[in-house]
Design a protein around this ligand. Structure first.
Ligand code: 3AM
Length: 170
């Protein structure tokens, strides 16, 4: 199964991010991420065997992450795949630390491949036909997080579907 570790926005923030996804979709087209799928990926693991996935789920359930805050105050894009996202202007040392800590553990379990760069972002659109972010409204949202989720991604004709397999202690 295809798995990743992520933070999931609390309901109110998810609603705000959904509104931003609407704005972006009206301007850029493409596929809008459904509100219930909005997340911040900390580690993409790729295909993991079922037995190992159960071990991972137990590991996540026994974990406590340090609570933190992430300021979302910029729009961004990955032009080639047509992705429009929101993230932070400032590097977040707390998120970078959490991501680094997770990869340290994953590497010792022999799982996944640590990316060379970490650009924390929440994907709002995929396959956007234009990624022109000029004149987008300014944003300033604060995400308070305290829980990590292990999420399974399965792809069907409507795109990726996500299912939370395990969550850390909240
Ligand atoms: O959080 P976002 O939406 O940016 O693009 C996929 C998604 O990212 C990414 O993992 C997240 C959950 O699916 N992803 C998919 N395949 C990937 C790969 N081979 C990947 N990230 C890195 N390497």
């Amino acid at each position: 199964m295809r798995l990743f570790l992520a933070l999931v926005p609390p309901p109110e923030l998810r609603g705000r991010l959904g509104e931003l996804a609407e704005i972006a979709h009206a301007r850029c087209g493409g596929r809008r991420m459904p509100d219930e799928s909005l997340h911040l990926t900390l580690a993409f693991l790729g295909e993991v065997a079922e037995a190992q996935a159960s071990e991972l789920a137990e590991w996540v359930q026994g974990m406590t992450i340090e609570p933190g805050e992430w300021r979302l105050d910029r729009w961004g894009g990955f032009r080639r795949p047509g992705i429009v996202w929101v993230g932070g202007r400032e590097r977040s040392p707390t998120l970078a630390h959490l991501q680094g800590r997770l990869w340290g553990s994953l590497e010792s379990l022999g799982l996944g491949t640590r990316p060379t760069r970490f650009i924390p972002h929440v994907t709002l659109l995929r396959r956007a036909s234009v990624v022109d972010l000029e004149h987008f409204p300014s944003i300033d949202l604060l995400w308070s997080y305290n829980q990590l989720e292990l999420i399974q991604s399965s792809v069907d004709e409507r795109g990726a579907r996500y299912r939370t397999m395990a969550a850390s202690q909240g």
